[in-house]
Design a protein around this ligand. Sequence first.
Ligand SMILES: O=C(CO)[C@H](O)[C@H](O)COP(=O)(O)O
Length: 227
Amino acid sequence: MTQDQLKQAVAQAAIDIVVPRLDKQAIIGVGTGSTANFFIDLLAEHKYDFAGAVASSEATAERLRGHGIEVFDLNSVPELEFYVDGADECNKHLELIKGGGAALTREKIVAAVAKTFICIADESKKVDFLGEFPLPVEVIPMARSYVAREIVGLGGDPVYRTGVLTDNGNVILDVHNMQITDPRGLEEKLNAIVGVVCSGLFAARPADVLLLGTKTGVSTIKKTELS
Ligand SMILES: O=C(CO)[C@H](O)[C@H](O)COP(=O)(O)O
């Protein structure tokens, strides 16, 4: 199977979990990236079965609207049953690195609100230790150099993602060469740096369910089943 076929398979597996649990009032949180796009395209086939979606990026909002799915402001939504999104890396504790598409802050906000965060990923994303994929950190533009120096102090090599502004008008530093043995601790340290808006580490709020596309099928890993 190609990587796209694996992404399509996990997107379908997420549809199979989510759609039977939706009612006409339901609003669903939707992530950003190529795997999330497969999910959006499949979700569109069920658009009359639920009220609409909260998008984690302008790109996702545009794709949802293109399918005729209503996009809601998160502030007008009291609760979200599900958030479905991809990841750049995931470990066995369902902790993630996200933000390859620069949408990490809105993704983390929507994930925080959702009761169940379903992560959909092909098997190339599964790692023993997070950090081979450069960790994205969203930063207020004027704090870029200061934050970069602080990150060097934590042992990382930050690289400014030139030409990229997030949907929130901020810049991204991609942190290379960190083998992240304590994701939660590092997330806390990064959050404490003045000028950091958000890091792409999802450890304080990991996924609840990981649907991992493998050559032999989609495997389902639930956080509640982990020791
Ligand atoms: O975090 C993200 C965007 O900010 C994406 O979920 C992540 O980059 C994975 O993308 P893809 O599904 O295209 O591999």
